[in-house]
Design a protein around this ligand. Structure first.
Ligand code: ADP
Ligand code: MG
Length: 315
């Protein structure tokens, strides 16, 4: 199969665009009064995923991590390009991969409008574009002393799965299944992101661990934060016994959560509770922003101390 047949077979679908796959460039139109939000995320075999996992999951997640960046900006995801390096043409793999990729794209209204296909070690680079009403994007630099710190959903599940997969943590099969879903099928919080426009003072999505990512908000906003361990969402394990230290490491510093972490003034608490119910998505208020720099986590009176702060590619 030639490259062009491969593109036609696996990566060409009807697109919401003036011109999609097949020409030298795609053409799109942004609605008047909106800004284009643009982001890129690369997924590399061996770094971001185990090469032996279901290609459907690789496809879903490669798209989901990009959609999550649109969520974090309060943008509506709309278009994506896919640049992919493949070691060989494996039809069964491409079938599952493209099914997972389009399942996520369809779930969040994203059209694949172009890309590039080449031979090489498995590497998936997606560019995503979205629309956000002019001036309403959610940035990292707006947190103010006294704001609450919130997180959506559950934290630490993917990190526990990873520890299990690496052989460092013994878990019951039933729990592994739940944690594996969190790792392989993250749900980008797009509806939440858009609803946070006009409410949140700073937002980002958690990909490298809560503390590492929250630090980006704190630095961009020139503030600090105090968090309450007892207020945080923690993985509910049915069958497995896990120490508090392992849980803290996973929840506070584990990667791959793809939940939103945001700050908002206390006056918005009721609106956020209502939003949580409306979206059927837990929102936990886990601490507050301080004028003094630094990030501390308390468990009652005691400070929580971690062995590692988060994932760093070159750390
Ligand atoms: P060019 O000849 O300009 O280099 P290509 O041969 O790389 O173009 O690609 C042909 C068309 O297919 C282009 O419209 C390109 O955007 C699209 N395309 C290539 N690879 C992919 C892919 N993996 N997914 C989606 N579209 C792709
Ligand atoms: Mg090309």
């Amino acid at each position: 199969m030639a490259e062009f047949e491969l593109i036609a077979k696996y990566f060409t679908r009807p697109a919401q665009a003036d011109l999609g796959v097949g020409d030298d460039a795609a053409l799109i139109r942004v609605r008047p009064g909106y800004q284009l939000a643009i982001s890129a995320d690369m997924s590399v075999a061996g770094t971001h995923f185990f090469a032996d996992i279901d290609p459907f999951a690789i496809g879903w997640k490669s798209m989901a991590v990009n959609v999550s960046d649109m969520a974090a900006m309060g943008a509506e995801p709309k278009w994506a390009t896919l640049s992919i390096a493949l070691p060989q043409i494996d039809d069964a793999w491409l079938q599952r991969f493209s099914a997972g990729l389009f399942a996520c794209a369809d779930a969040f209204g994203v059209s694949l409008i172009g890309g590039d296909t080449t031979r090489g070690p498995l590497n998936i680079a997606i560019n995503i574009l979205g629309e956000v009403p002019q001036g309403q994007a959610l940035q990292r630099n707006g947190a103010r002393a006294g704001d609450d710190v919130w997180v959506s959903g559950m934290l630490g599940q993917a990190a526990l799965w990873l520890q299990h997969r690496l052989g460092a943590l013994d878990l019951h099969t039933q729990d592994v299944a739940v944690l594996a879903t969190a790792m392989h099928a993250p749900q980008p919080r797009v509806a939440l992101g858009q609803a946070l426009r006009g409410i949140a003072s700073a937002v980002l999505d958690i990909s490298d661990g809560l503390l590492a990512d929250l630090t980006h908000i704190l630095e961009a906003s020139a503030v600090g934060a105090a968090l309450d361990w007892t207020a945080m969402p923690k993985p509910l394990l049915q069958q497995s016994a896990v120490t508090e230290a392992v849980l803290q490491q996973a929840v506070l510093a584990g990667g791959d959560d793809y939940e939103l972490c945001f700050t908002a003034a206390p006056q918005h608490r009721d609106a956020l509770s209502a939003l949580s119910a409306q979206l059927a998505l837990p929102l936990h208020r886990i601490g507050h922003i301080t004028a003094a720099a630094g990030l501390q986590v308390f468990n009652g009176e005691a400070a929580v101390v971690l062995s590692q702060k988060g994932y760093a590619h070159f750390g």
